[in-house]
Design a protein around this ligand. Structure first.
Ligand code: FMN
Length: 202
């Protein structure tokens, strides 16, 4: 069983609907460590050795966050700047993360029609998340496309929220139990585009 670390970043969690639903769906899962960065570091004083230990003791790292300004809430940038040290995460002897898997689990106000060439936001989510892909590459991490919940500004129904949360739970369970076809997953725009298609047949 693979161990999953969820690095969660939401600066206004009390007002969250979608991330709260996603969180509730996976927090209790065996093999999952849920780590709320804003709750742990309200002053942004990130404990680098603790974070590096957490990364080292897990196989899969998930960055869960709302999409803010085509990127992440600020604490995730701070986390990257401080935790991903030279000769730990990257560099000729920096192999602490090599072979691990990582991806973003993000929620966004805009819908799929906004995130495309010619659309309001000009680029796809996959294009806008390339800094995470490039970072994974530098750190010798196996990158996967984001798990994404889009169109929140249009108002997702209660049923849709429950469905997306259930997909998130299924995704983490499949990764934990090594039942996700990683090569096929990498080809997807989103991990949850067609979960059944990327689950290994048993
Ligand atoms: C500061 C800020 C920046 C945002 N930037 C974007 C953005 O770039 N693209 C987008 O689609 N939605 C954007 N949103 C909308 C959030 O992504 C959306 O409210 C959030 O995913 C909803 O999740 P929640 O219910 O967990 O808060 C932004 C919201 C805030 C507050």
């Amino acid at each position: 069983m693979k161990k999953i670390l969820v690095l969660f970043a939401h600066p206004a969690f009390k007002r969250s609907k979608m991330n709260a639903a996603l969180r509730a769906a996976i927090e209790d899962l065996e093999g999952v460590t849920f780590h709320d960065l804003y709750a742990s570091y309200p002053d942004f004083l990130i404990d680098v050795p603790r974070e590096q230990d957490l990364c080292e003791s897990h196989d899969i790292i998930v960055f869960q966050h709302p999409f803010y300004w085509y990127s992440t809430p600020a604490i995730l940038k701070e986390w990257m700047d401080l935790v991903l040290e030279h000769e730990w995460a990257y560099g000729s002897t920096g192999n602490a993360l090599a072979g691990k898997i990582s991806f973003q689990a993000l929620t966004a106000g805009g819908d799929i029609t906004n995130y495309r060439a010619g659309g309001m936001n000009m680029f796809t989510i996959r294009e806008l998340t390339t800094p995470y892909r490039a970072t994974a590459n530098l750190c010798k991490i196996e990158w996967l496309p984001p798990f994404a919940v889009l169109g929140i500004h249009q108002g997702l129904s209660e049923e849709e929220c429950i469905q997306r949360a259930e997909e998130y739970r299924r995704t983490l369970i499949a990764l934990r139990d090594e039942r996700l076809d990683l090569d096929r997953a990498k080809e997807c725009e989103f991990l949850n585009q067609d979960l059944d298609a990327i689950l290994k047949q048993v």
